[in-house]
Design a protein around this ligand. Structure first.
Ligand SMILES: Nc1nc2c(ncn2[C@@H]2O[C@H](COP(=O)(O)OP(=O)(O)OP(=O)(O)O)[C@@H](O)[C@H]2O)c(=O)[nH]1
Ligand SMILES: [Mg+2]
Length: 639
């Protein structure tokens, strides 16, 4: 099992594992242990997949990308070696905090196997899962090499963008497809076009040039080329010379560097460096960054879809991912809040403002954590659930704090009144002048209590209860005090009631003050949440724009190239695709703007509703306080 450190980065995946296999019934299936590896990688991933005919050195090249001589198994016979899709996760050599996921795929076109549907599935999975697709072939990029790439022309049957039922909609593939690199192995020709030196990229462009004409033959010639040009947002080519002398080639992985051609090593290094520098982090449709964990879900979703006989659909995958990720984002956010508050709970009872302050801080952290992971929570359903769950928990923590405070206040009063209770039990106050003594003792207790418990949320309520409990004793002592006249007794009784009433009002005022404090916190929290929602929405919008821009640039480049080469009709078709892309994008932006406005409005409405509930409670408490007759002259002792 791979070790993963606290940052969710694989530290010691010392060899590749099988990610997708073929079950005995011939269906593709995901390897659970590989998903477990991905599940633990919380970092964004750059995914490089290699595809191509069998026995062309794909696994060897992937090992070079992992910086290793061995790893993905190489075969030295003519039989195909790699089966299914294998995966190797290594720390990205250039981009800190990013994991490089290498996907080595089963060789295509194995005559023994002779299953082209299986091959196209492997090919389309590599396209769907990678951010950079390396196409590996041997010899030259001639017509045969391109014809062998029929898989590209079949992608419209194997990948859908919006719904599994849609008829061909490949105009938007470029938005979601990986960058494309053609690695030509054992390239022995001179890089010259029309007698002039050419770069590797020019060589690729030359090979992908379309032919003028409309005959079936020309169409067949053009189709794979058009697909490559149209689907992939960027193209790059590397031509590798023969790696070593023919006798050694089967033992490449065991050779010392001196035995490998310098030119070969130079191209290999340049190839690796290009991938390390230029390969982008994998994004989902809509721009959400793919982490190892999300990649695992993606693999499972796509493979299960294929195994069920359906066609993987990008939009459905995003919806499925959003559901999984938003649910997980909710849990993660709540855990952040809970673990912070649980630590705080150890120091309960605390002053209310200490708790609200910490609540504010943790609930902000929880929302941030949620926002970081969530995406496409367009109606704010998950964010609302998080808010509600946090508020619910907050109320529970407040109650826990109140209970702790109550226990502390009760304990304090019991200690402070111990001597007085003793005196009551001994009949100490049951004498002439006893009432006055009792009142003085009680006043001392109350004063000390107020000094010691001034920070307690339950200070007033517990004192009120304490005084209520003493009413019977107080009355008995008052009645037993012969020193007092009937009239004085009445006055005293009157004062006793006033004291109780005053304490009751204090309790309510304290509750009111606490509610006000909560309201202020809530209002600040709401403002912050709205700010975070806006920020997240702007980020999503900007991703969307970048994605469209990338597709637009690629299409404009293709259109210009077509016009230059005289393919007016194709260029016009491309122009209408560009127009369609622009229209779609405008529609999506409009829809998103409306969704965003709605989401903010909903958020604000919810905030207002919450506050209104509190305000109402506040008003009711206020009315209760105001409806109480105010005590005229509080005090408990007759001086
Ligand atoms: N001629 C030549 N042979 C190579 C090159 N790179 C690797 N090989 C050798 O070719 C054989 C097959 O290499 P692999 O890396 O297993 O090829 P593969 O494309 O992964 O093969 P499959 O998994 O069967 O599709 C091994 O013996 C390698 O040593 C190369 O650039 N040129
Ligand atoms: Mg292989």
């Amino acid at each position: 099992m791979v070790e993963v450190n606290v940052f969710g980065c694989p530290e010691a995946m010392d060899k590749p594992v099988c990610l997708i296999d073929t079950a005995s019934d011939g269906k593709l299936c995901v390897q659970h242990s590989a998903l477990q590896v991905l599940e633990q990688i919380q970092q964004p991933v750059v995914v490089v997949a290699v595809v191509g005919l069998y026995r062309t050195g794909k696994s060897y090249l992937m090992n070079r990308l992992a910086g290793k001589q061995t790893g993905f198994a190489l075969g030295s016979t003519i039989e195909s070696k790699t089966k299914g899709i294998w995966m190797w996760c290594v720390p990205h050599p250039n981009k800190a905090g990013t994991t490089l996921v290498l996907l080595d795929t089963e060789g295509l076109g194995d005559v023994d196997k002779g299953d082209s549907v299986h091959d196209t599935r492997i090919f389309s999975l590599a396209v769907l899962l990678s951010s950079t697709l390396v196409l590996n072939s041997r010899g030259t990029i001639d017509n045969r090499a391109i014809e062998e790439l029929q898989y590209v022309t079949e992608l419209t049957e194997y990948i859908k963008i919006k719904s599994p039922e849609e008829v061909v909609d490949d105009g938007e593939f470029v938005k979601f497809f990986p960058s494309f690199i053609w690695a030509v192995r054992d390239f022995t020709l001179q890089l010259k076009i029309n007698e002039k030196d050419a770069t590797e990229d020019e060589y690729l462009e030359f090979a992908l040039k379309l032919k003028l004409g409309t005959s079936m033959q020309v169409n067949n010639y053009n189709l794979p080329r058009e697909c490559i040009r149209k689907y992939f947002p960027s193209r790059k080519c590397f031509t590798f010379p023969f790696p070593t002398n023919p006798d050694n080639v089967s033992y490449l992985e065991t050779l010392d560097p001196e035995e490998i051609s310098e030119r070969f090593l130079e191209v290999t290094n340049r190839f690796c460096q290009f991938i390390f520098d230029q390969s982008q982090v994998k994004n989902l449709k809509d721009g959400h960054t793919v982490t190892g964990r999300v990649l695992g879900h993606l693999v499972k979703t796509y493979v299960d879809t294929i195994a069920s006989g359906a066609v993987p659909c990008l939009e459905n995958a995003v919806i499925a991912m959003a559901l999984i990720e938003n649910e997980a984002a909710f849990q993660e956010g709540l855990e952040v809040y809970q673990s912070g508050m649980e630590k705080l709970k150890k120091s309960f009872p605390l002053e209310l403002n200490e708790i609200t302050c910490e609540h504010q801080c943790f609930s902000l952290m929880a929302t941030q954590t949620f926002m970081k992971r969530s995406f496409r929570d367009s109606d704010g359903k998950f964010l609302t659930s998080l808010e509600e769950a946090i508020n619910h928990q907050f109320d529970r923590y407040l109650q826990d704090n109140e209970k702790a405070s109550e226990a502390k206040c009760e304990c304090l009063l019991s200690v402070l009144s111990e001597a007085m209770t003793e005196r009551i039990n001994q009949g100490f106050y049951a004498t002439a002048g006893g009432y006055n003594l009792f009142c003085q003792d009680l006043e001392d207790i109350v004063n000390q209590y107020n000094t010691l418990a001034y920070q307690e949320v339950k200070i007033a309520e517990v004192l009120e209860k304490f005084l209520q409990q003493k009413v019977a004793v107080t009355t008995a002592i008052l009645q037993a005090d012969d020193k007092l006249t009937e009239n004085e007794r009445r006055i005293c009784e009157e004062r006793e009631r006033a004291v109780l009433l005053e304490q009751e009002i204090k309790t309510q005022e304290e509750r009111q003050r606490q509610l006000e404090e909560k309201m202020v916190t809530e209002e600040q929290n709401n403002e912050e949440r709205v700010r975070q929602v806006i920020q997240k929405m702007e980020e999503e919008m900007s991703f969307q724009q970048q994605e469209t821009q990338r597709a637009m640039d690629s299409k404009l480049r293709e259109q210009a190239a077509l016009m230059e080469k005289g393919f007016q009709e194709k260029a016009d078709k491309m122009a209408s695709e560009i127009e369609q892309l622009r229209r779609n994008n405008n529609e999506v932006e409009d829809r998103k703007s409306r969704e965003f406005a709605q989401k903010i409005a909903d958020q604000e409405r919810r905030n207002a509703q919450n506050l209104e509930v509190m305000r109402q409670q506040h008003r009711q408490q206020m009315e209760a306080i105001n409806s109480r007759p105010r005590p005229s002259s509080p005090g408990c002792s007759i001086q």
